[in-house]
Design a protein around this ligand. Structure first.
Ligand SMILES: NC(=O)c1ccc[n+]([C@@H]2O[C@H](COP(=O)([O-])OP(=O)(O)OC[C@H]3O[C@@H](n4cnc5c(N)ncnc54)[C@H](OP(=O)(O)O)[C@@H]3O)[C@@H](O)[C@H]2O)c1
Length: 221
């Protein structure tokens, strides 16, 4: 089991923290306002959780989830994440976040942008295409017939495989979406994003592996 650092412990980060605790991991949660603002979350998560600064969460984590708004990605600390596997949940939607010219031009994906910032870390893109409440609701034990698959991207196969083992431990299958450059295939507006984007889960098994593969293949820029 992993020690999981969480940088950005809001809707998605908080949900991954809950699932990680349920899967037997320890977590260190952090946000921009300081550990004292995370007392309630930590009490909810129980004895295997504590709050710290982003740098401390980075240092404590075998795996570190970054789940901050895209505008804050450059504030994620570089040095403490050196050599670490970083799970990047960040999405870019200019209607919500303002424009980032490189992303508008599609010359780079969000996770490649994060990888450039965290140049000494190994970034893996996952959890980007699922609404946080859906993520919580659809976690299932390994082998469950209605288990959901999530696309995952990364440039280092061994790192991506470790991240996939973590995703499996907290309740989801994965579909290999290739390197970070392919992460646009499940960015907002694509079929693989909209499968899970709604607040209401429309169907019992919205994203088995085959459906996810088909949705990734159907994506257009
Ligand atoms: N909402 C979803 O269902 C969903 C689904 C998939 C992906 N995403 C993506 O996942 C990311 C997080 O979304 P969310 O909905 O969970 O956002 P959220 O609820 O607003 O949480 C954001 C978290 O990031 C923290 N944060 C902001 N700036 C920070 C900084 N400089 N350093 C450390 N922590 C910082 C916030 O802390 P403070 O409150 O202390 O500022 C908060 O804990 C976004 O990029 C979003 O696009 C969201």
């Amino acid at each position: 089991m992993w020690n999981v650092g969480i940088i950005g412990s809001g809707r998605v980060g908080g949900t991954v923290a809950r699932l990680a605790i349920a899967g037997g991991c320890s977590v260190v949660v952090s946000n921009s306002r300081g550990p004292e603002t995370l007392t309630e979350l930590v009490a909810d998560l129980g004895p295997r959780a504590r709050a710290a600064t982003p740098a401390e969460a980075a240092e404590a984590g075998d795996l570190v989830v970054i789940s901050v708004p895209v505008r804050a990605y450059r504030e994620v600390p570089v040095e403490p994440l050196k050599g670490r596997t970083v799970l990047d949940t960040i999405n870019y939607d200019p209607r919500l976040h303002g424009h980032i010219p490189e992303l508008d031009a599609a010359s780079i994906t969000t996770s490649e942008m994060v990888q450039q910032h965290l140049h000494a870390s190994h970034v893996v893109k996952v959890f980007n295409n699922i609404f946080f409440q859906t993520l919580r609701a659809l976690a299932r034990p390994r082998g469950a017939a209605d288990r959901t698959a999530l696309p995952i991207a990364g440039d280092a196969p061994d790192v991506k495989a470790e991240a996939a083992r973590f995703v499996d431990a907290i309740g989801f299958d994965t579909v290999d979406g290739g390197p970070l450059a392919e992460g646009w295939r499940w960015q907002p507006g694509t079929p693989a994003h909209s499968v899970y984007a709604g607040e209401t889960i429309q169907v019992a098994n919205p994203g088995n592996a085959e459906k996810v593969r088909n949705a990734l293949a159907a994506a257009t820029r």
